[in-house]
Ligand binder design. Structure first.
Ligand code: TRP
Length: 446
């Protein structure tokens, strides 16, 4: 059966970057590093990216590229045994993550409309913060925007690999970078800039706890789209003779730079206008309208910027849906349209309780799951801090120890030999053990 592929090598890199760069960079990373004390957390994050993120990125591209199959089919093709359970774990993670990811994607839609209609023009900074809190309690409104976000995601995936995923990455990624740089430039002019630089770049290690180490590692998986087969799936649309290591480095570097830039954009505003840390998950959504009010042409730039946040989010959501869809297309022979609609709707339904968990369904709001988390936070916690790292451990072990060395060498042969040897060393001896250690440490086992 004909299987789609990327039109160009750049197409793959931009699509994979589109998957990686998303709400994880713009929304989650700033608030997680803010609530974990800034610089020390960022340092831990960078270590995680280098020691676990990069080798696993490479492993996933390799697994996809060498098989041209969805995650489950790929493991089956490389090793005839039970290893394809990693693919199943990945599909389950994709299902869970997209369900609540789309709810936050809906928030970005709402903020686009709010800034477009000038809703914040007459509001004080407190008013803008208060507006976020009341929106969070408004389950119906969140459900409404969640539905639209999911609809957009479905529409792109229906168009397929080249006309949907590749094209959206090619258009949205470059514009995002330019606007983000412009925003950082404006943030640098605010009075809190100096203080935010200290916060960002002078590590205070007393802030580090076992939990923040887990968070930093989980975040590195989440932000790089690793541990569940999204990159395997995107890699599977590559041509056989394309290099792996350079692409992996490019994507990882790009994603990490965007995360740091997002902090450079947001923290100066936080330090300039004293926003309550309690609203941490609202950091992105409250700081931006504030700076738009203060910068020249903010009325125009505001909605444009939120539009780009939507695009960043949607190119990531697309990759989550594509993992699940690719399985049904490859293995169950479903047509793309049927698979996308059916699975998209199922994921939308799973997202409903997340949309309503801060208000809307009062009984659900009252239930607390693991460690005082509501439904939404619990899904994020389980998927990001557990399912992705566990998936990552197995992907590393599989690539380091299980897969045939010939296939692996063949896939990398044209690539940088030294870097390849080093990556395999990490995958074999360092990455899986380190991730496991951090997980066990976080649970208090060791
Ligand atoms: N990386 C995306 C972000 O930072 C989210 C995402 C897309 C993702 N695909 C994924 C996370 C696969 C984990 C696994 O917003």
């Amino acid at each position: 059966m004909y299987r789609e592929n990327w039109k160009s090598k750049l197409g793959f890199i931009l699509a994979a970057s589109g998957s990686a760069v998303g709400l994880g960079n713009l929304w989650k990373f700033p608030y997680e590093s803010y609530s974990n004390g800034g610089s020390a957390f960022i340092l831990l994050y960078l270590i995680a990216v280098a020691v676990t993120g990069l080798p696993i990125m490479m492993a996933e591209i390799f697994i996809g590229k060498s098989t041209n199959r969805n995650p489950i089919g790929a493991f089956k093709a490389l090793h005839p045994s039970a290893w394809h359970f990693i693919g199943w774990l990945g599909i389950l993670s994709g299902f869970i993550i997209l369900s609540y990811y789309s709810v936050v994607g809906g928030w970005t839609l709402r903020y686009f409309f709010q800034t477009l209609t000038g809703a914040y023009l007459s509001m004080s900074d407190q008013g803008i913060s208060g507006d976020f809190v009341s929106f969070l309690r408004n389950g119906q409104s969140q459900l409404f925007f969640h539905s639209f976000f999911m609809l957009g995601t479905i529409a792109i995936v229906i168009f397929g690999v080249r006309k949907g995923i590749e094209l959206s990455g090619k258009i949205f990624m470059p514009i995002l970078v330019i606007l983000l740089l412009a925003m950082v430039f404006f943030s640098m002019q605010t009075p809190g800039f100096g203080k935010s630089m200290e916060f960002l770049f002078q590590p205070d290690f007393s802030k580090i706890t076992a939990q923040s180490i887990i968070d930093a590692m989980g975040q590195s998986f989440f932000s790089l789209s690793l541990g569940m087969g999204a990159i395997i799936t995107y890699g599977s649309y590559m041509q056989k003779n394309e290099p792996v290591i350079k692409d992996a480095i490019t994507i990882v570097f790009f994603d990490t730079s965007i995360a740091i830039l997002a902090c450079l954009m947001i923290f100066p505003i936080l330090f300039s206008y004293k926003i309550q840390p309690a609203e941490s998950i609202g950091i992105l959504f409250t700081t931006l309208p504030m700076i738009f009010l203060k910068m020249p042409a903010g009325i125009v730039i505001g909605p444009i910027f939120f539009l780009l946040v939507i695009f960043a989010a949607i190119t990531s959501a697309v990759s989550l849906l594509e993992v699940v869809v690719a399985y049904f297309i490859d293995e169950k022979k479903w047509p793309r349209k049927k698979a996308t609609l059916f699975l998209g709707i199922a994921i939308w339904m799973l997202g409903i309780p997340s949309a309503l968990s801060n208000g809307g369904w009062n009984w659900l709001t009252k239930i607390q799951f693991i460690g005082n988390r509501n439904f939404f936070d619990t899904l994020d916690y389980i998927a990001t801090n557990w399912m992705l790292p566990v998936g990552g451990i197995f992907i590393a072990i599989f690539t380091g120890w299980i897969v045939s060395v010939e296939i692996r060498d063949d896939s990398f042969a044209r690539d940088h030999k030294m870097a390849y040897q080093f990556m395999i060393f990490l995958l074999k001896y360092i990455t899986p053990g380190l991730v496991l250690l951090i997980l066990l440490h976080g649970t208090g086992v060791i």
